[in-house]
Design a protein around this ligand. Structure first.
Ligand code: FES
Length: 369
């Protein structure tokens, strides 16, 4: 996942505490002309994570703290190091700063790995994972594929991977090797916008016609248990969504990881708020054994207000997508500007995202962590 959002906090804070770690850069690999992978050495107490999760990197650029979430492409059961994949995005602050400035041996502050785009592996499973990835959306898929191939000998994976051109394919050699090693269990279909003359794969835009054609090419493998995963640009995700709906794939079989590239602060939704919504309200936050009371103005989010008060709450994308700021509302009502980051059942259980959350009643109590 590559969130390209600038941090908006006004007060400088030094993140510290049990959820932050200083990791050493062990290696930087130029995977393509505009993508790198960064391998971090595990600290003395290794960070635990699941395939498909992401790491939030925190650095200071031009005197300002910047946070970005990047999916781990390493597998916790295959790789010793924590490895993230990063692709430059136009005007992306950290995605350009890292390849231009980061050196082996440097320390980078990170938050605990997190994210819901993951699955439990079990050697008894017999399932088919069908993955749709675009550009750097391949990073969480790579982690999941590596773990799946080792952990579930009877499961298989089909990957449709779209890129601009042949030089933009991240991990191409690794996929070629994996397909040879796990022959018959990993099936990769490459799609390029601009393909060279001798290209053996598919070429053209990933529109409805192309997706329909590719979907028919996915081998049936004779397994009933099929799950669909997608991660890539918004347009691709929408097209895949439509395709899966047309094939009547139940929504509980579909998993998505959203990312936003090159966006500089999403415009805030300034809807016509009723006068009762325009009230400042008190919110109680429980985090890390502490309890904080803050007053949140109607046009501020709970997270923004807490950060302004110097409360070091966890966050990353500030856009309602990554769930780094997730908490549970134990009482009261919270309105979210953006609900995409939470599943229906999470919302039903009372989970909220403080970065896009506004209190609607005076009795809101949120527990984080
Ligand atoms: S910080 Fe990413 S969802 Fe709130």
């Amino acid at each position: 996942m590559a969130f390209g959002l600038f941090k908006k906090s006004e007060k400088k804070q030094e993140p510290s505490g049990p959820h932050y770690h200083d990791l050493s850069v062990k290696a930087i690999v130029h995977e393509t002309k505009d993508a790198i992978s960064i391998a971090f050495e595990q600290p003395a107490t290794p960070l635990t994570y699941k395939s498909g999760q992401f790491l939030t990197l925190i650095t200071t650029i031009n005197g300002k703290e910047v946070r970005r979430a990047y999916s781990l492409c390493s597998s916790p059961i295959v790789d010793k190091d924590l490895i993230v994949g990063i692709k430059r995005v136009e005007k992306g602050l950290m995605s350009n700063w890292l390849p231009d400035n980061l050196k082996v041996g440097a320390k980078v502050k990170v938050m605990d790995p997190m994210g819901q785009f993951t699955t439990e592996f079990n050697k008894e499973n017999k399932r088919h994972l069908v993955m749709f990835a675009g550009g750097s959306g391949i990073t969480p898929m790579m982690s999941i594929i590596k773990s799946l191939l080792i952990q579930e000998p009877d499961s298989i994976c089909s990957l449709i991977y779209c890129n601009r051109d042949i030089d933009s394919i991240i991990f191409k050699d690794q996929f070629d090797k994996l397909q040879t090693t796990y022959e018959g269990r990993l099936h990769v279909i490459h799609v390029l916008d601009n393909a060279p003359m001798n290209w053996q794969g598919y070429s053209g835009l990933l529109n409805k016609e192309m997706l329909t054609k590719l979907f028919e090419r996915i081998p049936n493998w004779g397994l009933d248990n099929t799950t669909y995963l997608m991660c890539g640009p918004e347009g691709m995700m929408k097209n895949v969504d439509v395709l899966l709906a047309e094939h009547k794939i139940p929504t509980e079989k579909i998993f998505k990881e959203s990312f936003v590239t090159g966006v500089i602060d999403k415009p805030k939704k300034e809807e016509a708020a009723s006068s009762s919504e325009k009230k400042a309200r008190e919110v109680t936050i429980r985090y890390d054994g502490n309890q904080y009371k803050i007053t949140v103005e109607h046009n501020r989010t709970i997270l923004e207000t807490a950060l302004d008060k110097g409360i070091d709450l966890p966050y990353s994308c500030q856009s309602g997508l990554c769930t780094a700021c997730r908490g549970k509302a134990l009482s009261g009502q919270v309105k979210l500007d953006e609900e995409e980051g939470l599943s229906k059942s999470e919302r039903a259980e009372g989970y909220v995202l403080t970065c896009v959350g506004h209190p609607m009643t005076d009795d809101v109590v949120i527990e984080i962590g």
